[in-house]
Design a protein around this ligand. Structure first.
Ligand code: C5P
Length: 241
């Protein structure tokens, strides 16, 4: 199964994004994540441009709406030739099935579709007190992952700390894409459920999503290489399946 580091390009516009990626000229082309900020600012052209430059793209728009709207939106996104797209599992199994339908091209091909379980910035306390979800956060994450699997999705976005339990509940081939990554010697920022690249790999992450530890680093290429080394050169310990 592919293992890779995805850089979250959380920049306000095209100029900053391309300026950042220019530093990787002559280097391994990083897998990049385009999120809401950049997509809403620049539209589909920025996706086409990064694909043209040879970057694999995770289009992180976290769709969450009625099934018919999500189906039609996914149909539009499937034409952009990206590698991964996502929805919120909270939108229900029916919505996730509609997303998959909309994404699938006439020839049967499609980008990978994954679901967000609980945002890594959400604590159990907030989930219970503000959202009135009475279950524990781990039970919620496992249930959302099982729903995504039932709908036919390829995997979930979750905290690296939850990757092992998702693999245990949904099988080793069910992808775990995990933000909330920090170097051992760095600040947490607004993230709550975090760990290091090496530990994420040990627990069972397939792809780690890294934003500020790379984009805000004094030397982003060196920070990216450090992530790659810690993540790819570390042996995954076994998980129950
Ligand atoms: O800068 P940082 O490494 O915290 O960036 C993490 C990225 O992953 C951000 O783009 C954020 O939107 C995204 N993300 C997340 N938690 C999720 C899903 C996506 O942090 N559950």
């Amino acid at each position: 199964m592919a293992k890779d580091v995805i850089i979250a390009c959380d920049f306000p516009g095209r100029q900053q994004t391309l300026g950042f990626l220019d530093a990787f000229e002559g280097h391994r082309k990083p897998f990049v994540k385009i999120g809401m900020e950049l997509f809403y600012a620049e539209g589909p052209d920025i996706v086409r441009e990064l694909r043209r430059r040879g970057h694999p793209v995770f289009l992180d728009l976290k769709l969450h709406d009625i099934p018919n709207t999500v189906r039609k939106a996914m149909h539009v996104l499937s034409a952009l030739d990206v590698d991964i797209v996502n929805v919120h599992a909270a939108g229900t199994i029916e919505m996730m099935r509609a997303a998959l339908e909309g994404l699938t091209r006439p020839d049967g091909t499609r980008p990978l579709l994954i679901a967000v379980t609980q945002l890594t910035s959400t604590s159990e306390e907030r989930m219970q007190q503000e959202l009135l979800i009475g279950a524990g956060i781990n039970d919620t994450i496992v249930k959302y992952a099982q729903n995504a699997k039932e709908a036919g999705l390829d995997g979930v976005v979750c905290s690296p700390l939850e990757a092992a339990m998702v693999k245990t509940a949904c099988g080793p081939d069910f992808l775990t894409v995990t933000p909330g990554i920090r170097f051992a010697d760095a600040a947490k920022d607004d993230q709550v459920r975090i760990t290091t690249p090496a530990r994420a790999r040990e627990i069972g992450s397939d792809y780690i999503v890294v934003g500020r530890p790379v984009t805000a680093a004094p030397d982003p290429v060196a920070a990216y290489d450090r992530c790659l080394n810690e993540f790819l050169n570390c042996q995954q310990t076994s998980f129950r399946a």
